[in-house]
Design a protein around this ligand. Structure first.
Ligand SMILES: Nc1nc2c(ncn2[C@@H]2O[C@H](COP(=O)(O)OP(=O)(O)O)[C@@H](O)[C@H]2O)c(=O)[nH]1
Ligand SMILES: [Mg+2]
Length: 231
């Protein structure tokens, strides 16, 4: 069985460099169904396991409604990836963390790749990777994508995340009390709509229902084959 990995991140953080380095010549490109945006997919073997990487178009967010963002979001939510690798630029980590938090609200099968460490070093920026990992609750790996050797740790962390049991524990962003209690109430009703879909992050769906984000709600309905009442 092939293990599905998504490579995600802001534009220009080194996703394609990592993708090319890890998949080498084992690549193919195509278009997303019904869309003009191109995708690249490629395979790699690591510790005897076969991995399929999908290089997702760069985005700053996955919560607004551009085609790129919709593709990225649908892939995370409904593509059933074994792991989502979020690549960030270590020279402007704070700006990149917005996307990281959006993804961590959806899935806990994430590895954070803090890339461009050579550029950060030149600028005198030091990043405490262990602390970041502790705070976010996911593996964090530092890389210099042009140096293939540094990608070995990344593959090790990806391998570990893909091999571990799926937990139901998602990052909970602490919203104000009123919002939290509204989420809890909606979450209980959402659970009832679900049969046996692998996407079990009911809290996230409750949050999107509360937001009233029509595009995302329709996408949830279409992909999970359920209908929410519009009354
Ligand atoms: N110095 C340095 N340059 C990098 C690193 N990773 C990627 N780059 C360069 O950054 C630019 C953008 O990389 P690319 O892989 O196209 O980014 P993407 O838009 O996320 O796919 C390219 O010129 C890469 O060669 C890195 O770790 N260090
Ligand atoms: Mg790219």
């Amino acid at each position: 069985m092939i293990t599905l990995l998504l490579l995600l991140g802001n534009p220009n953080v080194g996703k394609s460099t990592i993708f090319n380095s890890l998949t080498g010549l084992h690549q193919h490109t195509g278009n997303w169904p019904g869309k003009t945006i191109s995708n690249a997919a490629g395979t790699a073997k690591f510790k005897g396991k076969d991995f399929l990487f999908v290089d997702i178009p760069g985005t700053y967010s996955i919560m607004s409604n551009s085609q790129e963002e919709e593709i990225a979001r649908d892939y995370i939510c409904f593509g059933n990836p074994d792991c989502t690798v979020v690549v960030v630029d270590s020279t402007c980590l704070e700006r990149n963390l917005n996307l990281v938090y959006q993804i961590l609200e959806i899935t806990n099968k994430v590895v954070l790749c803090v890339n461009l460490l050579d550029e950060a070093k030149k600028k005198g920026i030091e990043i405490d990777l262990d602390k970041l990992s502790f705070k976010l609750g996911i593996p964090v790996v530092g890389t210099i994508a042009r140096k293939k050797k540094t990608l070995n740790n990344l593959m090790n962390s990806i391998y570990d995340v893909c091999s571990s049991a799926i937990s139901d524990d998602y990052l909970h962003i602490d919203y104000p009390d009123t919002i939290n209690s509204a989420i809890n109430i909606i979450e209980d009703s959402v659970k009832v709509c679900f049969n046996n879909h692998y996407f079990k992050n009911y809290r996230w769906i409750a949050l999107k229902l509360l937001e009233g984000n029509d595009k995302i709600i329709s996408s949830i309905e279409n992909n999970l084959n359920i209908t929410f009442s519009r009354k």
